[in-house]
Design a protein around this ligand. Sequence first.
Ligand code: PLP
Length: 405
Amino acid sequence: MFDVEKIRQEFPILGIQVNGKNLVYLDNAATTQKPKSVINSLVKYYETRNSNVHRGVHFLSDKATTEYENARSNIARYINAEKPHELIFVRGTTEAVNLAASSYGEIAVKAGDEVIVSYLEHHSNIVPWQLLCERKGASLKVIPVNDSGELDIEAYKKLLNGKTKIVAVNHISNSLGTINPVKEIIRLAHDAGAVVLIDGAQSVQHTKINVLDLDADFFAFSGHKMYGPTGIGVLYGKEKLLDSMPPYQGGGDMIQNVSFEKTTYNELPYKFEAGTPDISGAIVLSDAVDFILSAGIENIANHEHEILEYGTAKLREIDGFRLIGSAKKKASVISFLLDGIHPYDTGMILDKMGIAVRTGLHCTEPLMKRFGIPGTVRASIAMYNTKSELDLLVEGVKKAKKMLL
Ligand code: PLP
């Protein structure tokens, strides 16, 4: 059984006060809070196991290496990857997309080719592809969204053609919460001969991921949005693709032999992990995965959905409340505006009440332009949020309206 009060006790930060009020943390799409098991694991790593990996014969190095590789295997199981070495540890989703765009883009895209992204993308799943297109003389095509914030799949079908080499879309939109039909998007891209990167930054913590079932070629995510530490993330890639790609960065660990005449490269995944990796980050991310598994990903999804529906319905009762993004399939994000009030002002007043929300463009400037708005107020939900916290949000929004109008 999913017991939200018990879950909350695992997150020390949820007990703090902000501006004299109990913290209501609703900025989970930006980053989630960390449970004790994750925090303690980080301390334990530095107190008892700290060493560099893959380089030493001594006890600590062996232990750190084993745990680092065990973490890779555990996270691979979590997303149902076939082989652990299909997971490259990176700093986060941003670095994962940059790695794929630089390295796979290098061999796959040439002048005249096309790369498809969508209006719903975070800047980190736009700009790396734009840079690639500029370098190669290729063009960037964009899947439009309808007024509810859903991708226009018919328009997507028309964009696909023999020149399409890569399709890069998110699984769940960080700004609107739209759950995209990624399995269908991938199938259509494959039919057209294109390779697909799924930005899973907002899905790994909310829904079961099965990269094999999706048939995703690349899947990117960040540890800090899934109850893990900052500075660690994953690029999953199919072995065949990763094998065919040139290294992304040069340095220690990614090589087999180095001479001034010619360097040969290490096998997967090390070919893409130059230098000392975020060892503690990877190990602790695996603990975050265990934490999610112990709560149960389906329980989490059900709980968050209930909170989402509850909060949305209550907020909709407020005069002048405008929901931005009303897709039929949505997860854990309530993006909104109050008529006549700038989102930043609403956010400031909520902060005075101890309520943390995000305001602004959410790194999705083209999407905000598409809706003709200066940004939104975004409340984003995690497994530890409660209905009474959403009640406080509703109260806060009413107060902001009273003060600002
Ligand atoms: N993609 C999406 C959908 C996101 O929500 C974010 C972060 O908000 C990113 C990519 C970038 O993630 P990171 O900053 O952890 O690299």
